[in-house]
Design a binder for this molecule. Structure first.
Ligand code: ATP
Length: 367
């Protein structure tokens, strides 16, 4: 389906309070037509509340939710053209799989004409359960039940599909399989999908764009690769995968480079404890206006630390190591600071690790 760039769903300065608790604060988001958009963040950050505001189960205390150009304030959930799948969206146990899906059509005619039975068959084929129409839900696996719930939500042909942790009750392997299927179904239909998960790996794996939420606020909205490689804040850097975060004062600013090739690098020398690290300022991140004496916080992914290599070096002690299969995650103690290293060949004892200035990513600057 063509991406028109038109926002399908917009939240404009939305706040939702429950008594003293602010579940969502001044949240602005714009979800594009046909996009797989994921809300990710730790427990209690406001993901479910945001989804419920979009679905119409909650009203904002302040701000506005829009579908296309139109405000949906006061529009009840059943009139919003959304399909919703919850974490434990129990199927009706006394109905067959087919009847459960047909229930999704109870209040509408099948989109595109045709009979209810044809539509049910089409939907069950879409979720790869074409031969299960007469089965009872309790004879299905958890993953199959969630696919039936998805078929039921899709039955009326909604404009927007909302999924709230649909896989959290399933085991890890099944979750991985199901997330691929959910993505395939979304692509096949080209349906605007807003997905809630606390699992950052899942968010990176399936989404066109990800919004990282923290304490009811948006930390960053970006495609998965940008979220991973260019986290906008320290919170994003540490929530999405492992990261080493270091903070120090800018001791000097330098420019290096080759004027013939035109490649030059602007570097800040940052003093962290007794060690000075060179951090590249060109490229990603907001590095404008940084000067000597400023405080810089930067991060380096554990896989970018190298043993006995790299322009910036430090010597640390191996505290522990976790074998993860493909790599080992090594916990280093650097003068009381914990650093992480990912490597196939874990060192022991004292180790010198280094990183290149360009592998440091700035997440915060200040005076
Ligand atoms: P989880 O991943 O644990 O489901 P979440 O990110 O979905 O968390 P929300 O369920 O949106 O978070 O909750 C955000 C905050 O708002 C929490 O502090 C929660 O306790 C509070 N909250 C949500 N719903 C209500 C309610 N109906 N009444 C009172 N407080 C609520």
């Amino acid at each position: 389906m063509a991406r028109t760039g038109t926002p399908a769903v917009e939240l404009d300065g939305v706040t939702r309070r429950y008594g003293e608790t602010t579940a969502v604060e001044d949240l602005s988001l714009s979800v594009r037509e046909g996009e797989f958009f994921t809300l990710v963040g730790p427990s209690g950050c406001g993901k479910t509340t945001t989804l419920r505001l979009i679905a119409g189960f909650e009203d904002p205390t302040q701000g506005e939710v829009r579908f296309g150009d139109e405000s949906v304030t006061g529009v009840p959930p059943e009139d919003r053209d959304v399909g919703v799948v919850f974490q434990n969206y129990a199927l009706f146990p006394h109905m067959t799989v087919g009847e459960n899906v047909a229930y999704g059509l109870a209040f509408t005619d099948p989109p595109g004409g045709g009979s209810d039975a044809e539509r049910v068959r089409e939907l069950l084929e879409l979720v790869d359960l074409g031969d299960m129409v007469d089965r009872d839900p309790d004879t299905l696996s958890g993953g199959q039940q969630q696919r039936v719930a998805m078929a039921r939500a899709l039955a009326p042909g909604p404009d927007v599909l909302l999924l709230d942790e649909p896989m959290s009750a399933l085991d890890a392997k099944l979750r991985e399989r199901l997330r691929v299927q959910v993505r395939e179904i979304q692509q096949e239909l080209g349906i605007t999908t807003i997905y809630v998960t606390h699992d950052q790996e899942e968010a990176l794996a399936v989404s066109d764009r990800v919004a990282v939420l923290h304490d009811g606020r948006v930390e960053q909205v970006a495609p998965p690769r940008t979220i991973y490689h260019e986290p906008a804040t320290e919170f994003v850097a540490t929530f999405v995968g492992d990261n080493n975060v270091l903070s120090g004062e800018v001791a000097a600013m330098r420019s290096t480079g080759n004027s013939d090739s035109g490649s030059s690098q602007c570097l800040a020398d940052v003093a962290v404890a007794d060690t000075t690290f060179s951090v590249a300022l060109n490229g990603d991140g907001d590095t404008s206006g940084i000067s000597t004496g400023d405080r810089l916080t930067f991060c380096i992914r554990p896989e970018r630390l190298e043993v006995d290599a790299g322009q910036n070096e430090l010597t640390a002690t191996v505290a522990s190591a976790e074998f993860l299969g493909e790599t080992t995650r090594v916990h280093l103690d650097w003068d009381g600071r914990e650093l992480l290293l990912r490597t196939e060949e874990p060192p022991e004892g004292a180790v010198t690790v280094g990183f290149e200035p360009a592998d440091a990513h700035i997440v915060d600057k200040g005076r």
